[in-house]
Design a protein around this ligand. Structure first.
Ligand SMILES: Cc1cc2nc3c(=O)[nH]c(=O)nc-3n(C[C@H](O)[C@H](O)[C@H](O)COP(=O)(O)OP(=O)(O)OC[C@H]3O[C@@H](n4cnc5c(N)ncnc54)[C@H](O)[C@@H]3O)c2cc1C
Length: 416
């Protein structure tokens, strides 16, 4: 392809973030190409819990979190795993993460996450409608389930913070809860029902449907792994992939947990780590859920999916290359049996994916300060599905008009 034929902008990565950027850029009349080594939505964006988590402004790094780490690691049913051989590799990221558990950092981070999430459901519904993908994006409540009042009180900081941002919810107790979700054990009688939330009953298919729309509208999908950028006159002017060289005008780096290597070639070192997460999907669960349910104590989400009930959660540090440890999934199944006594866990498909997590829990979004034809959109940690349409709009605004309404300074790539 010669330079005249190069698209206006090339997006690297066809997860929910890259594809959302692509469809929003295209909606502004730009000629867009997307490059990925895999088919759209085949990695992390396939296997998440599917929740449009408007309430997702609470980072894992809450004040006091570090004191709970030893207990979480020692608990055979806990949500955290850190293999000893990975400890040295995690030291730098882990130290930065620890510093972000201070109260003033928590306030800054939650305030910066909130605007990326506040209209998540509305933006997903709009984006899905634009692409004819309505069946993959639904409005619904989202429940946080607690064993008792004391367990709820332990999350007080999170709920006070959400309330301060205007996130709406109601408390449900006893029959009010069980009449809405009959599968829940009568051992659990307290839930927070969040309003204006939603979910995708098949997040991977949502990405594929958006990508199909993108192609129908004239967008180009290129298969290949971007190995490096060719730099000319101080700016990247083409990408070199394992299958060919593609000239660039502008480029968006939306490679999820694999983005740090690409950013580093452009002069930016980002503390990005994979928080490996797992799901188990039960194709014949024997019980029915109407909406996604977060079980706070086990840090897992149960979501009604097209293919059954998906139980998603867990955090394992182990990098991008190690094989999944599917035994870890047994913890999800254990909690599921406690929460939903009638559940059938026999037909289970297990999966692992890579949450792209920056040590301050904030994504990297914005124009590159070194190369003005480069834009970043990665590092959306536990909330990438929820933040995707907003990220797409921000990138489309930046590229098409040179600015956007939101103050992007918390997400700058040179903040580290
Ligand atoms: C268990 C689990 C549950 C979750 N639940 C939720 C939830 O309920 N709600 C929510 O909002 N979020 C959730 N998340 C987080 C969410 O899934 C991620 O934040 C999101 O999928 C990240 O999307 P992405 O497009 O950045 O990355 P990905 O989906 O990983 O896509 C990145 C793409 O870039 C491609 N790529 C990378 N480097 C290159 C290269 N050099 N050349 C070519 N292609 C490249 C990859 O092949 C990949 O396709 C969950 C995550 C997990 C693991």
């Amino acid at each position: 392809m010669d330079r005249d034929q190069a698209p206006d902008i090339t997006v690297i990565g066809a997860g929910i973030i890259g594809i959302s950027c692509a469809v929003q850029l295209q909606a502004r009349g730009l000629r867009v190409a997307v490059i990925d080594k895999l088919a759209p939505g085949d990695t992390t964006s396939h296997g998440n819990a599917g929740v449009f988590a408007v309430c997702g402004c609470i980072p894992v790094a809450t004040p006091g979190f570090l004191w709970t780490v030893p207990r979480l690691l020692l608990d055979p049913l806990g949500p955290l795993s850190l293999p000893l051989n990975y400890l040295p590799k995690l030291a730098g990221w882990g130290t930065k993460f620890a510093l972000n558990t201070r109260m003033e950092r928590f306030r800054h981070i939650s305030s910066a996450l909130n605007p990326l999430l506040e209209n998540a459901t509305e933006l997903h519904l709009q984006q899905a409608q634009m692409a004819g993908a309505e069946q993959w994006a639904k409005a619904s409540p989202y429940y946080y389930l607690y064993k008792d009042q004391a367990a709820y009180e332990a999350d007080k900081l999170a709920w006070d913070t959400r309330r301060s941002f205007g996130i709406e919810y109601e408390m449900l107790q006893g029959e009010a809860l069980h009449s809405r979700e009959e599968a829940i054990s009568d051992q659990f009688n307290l839930a927070v029902a969040l309003k204006h939330h939603g979910f995708s009953p098949n997040p991977g298919q949502l990405v594929k449907a958006l990508a199909e729309h993108f192609v129908r509208q004239g967008g180009e999908l290129i298969t290949g792994e971007v190995v490096k950028f060719a730099i000319s006159d101080g700016r990247p002017d083409s990408v070199i992939t394992d299958r060919g060289i593609y000239p660039l005008n502008k480029v968006v780096i939306a490679g999820g947990a694999w983005s740090a290597r690409l950013a580093e070639q452009l002069g930016h070192k980002v503390p990005l780590e994979s928080e490996r997460g797992y799901h188990v999907e039960l194709s014949d669960p024997g019980v029915e859920l109407k909406a996604p349910i977060m079980f706070s104590a086990g840090k897992l989400v149960a979501t009604p999916m097209e293919g059954g009930i998906r139980l998603a959660g867990l955090v394992e540090f182990g990098g991008l290359k190690a094989d999944p440890d599917y035994d870890f999934c047994d913890r999800l199944l254990h909690h599921a049996r406690t929460l939903f006594p009638g559940i059938n866990t026999r037909q289970a498909i297990k999966w692992m994916g890579h949450r792209p997590s920056v040590s301050d829990s904030l994504p990297v979004i914005g124009q590159c300060p070194r190369h003005d034809n480069v834009y970043y959109a990665f590092g959306h940690q536990h909330m990438g599905l929820s933040m995707a349409p907003r990220t797409g709009h921000i990138i489309a605004d930046l590229v098409s008009r040179g600015d956007c309404e939101l103050d992007l300074s918390p997400y700058r790539i040179d903040r580290f």
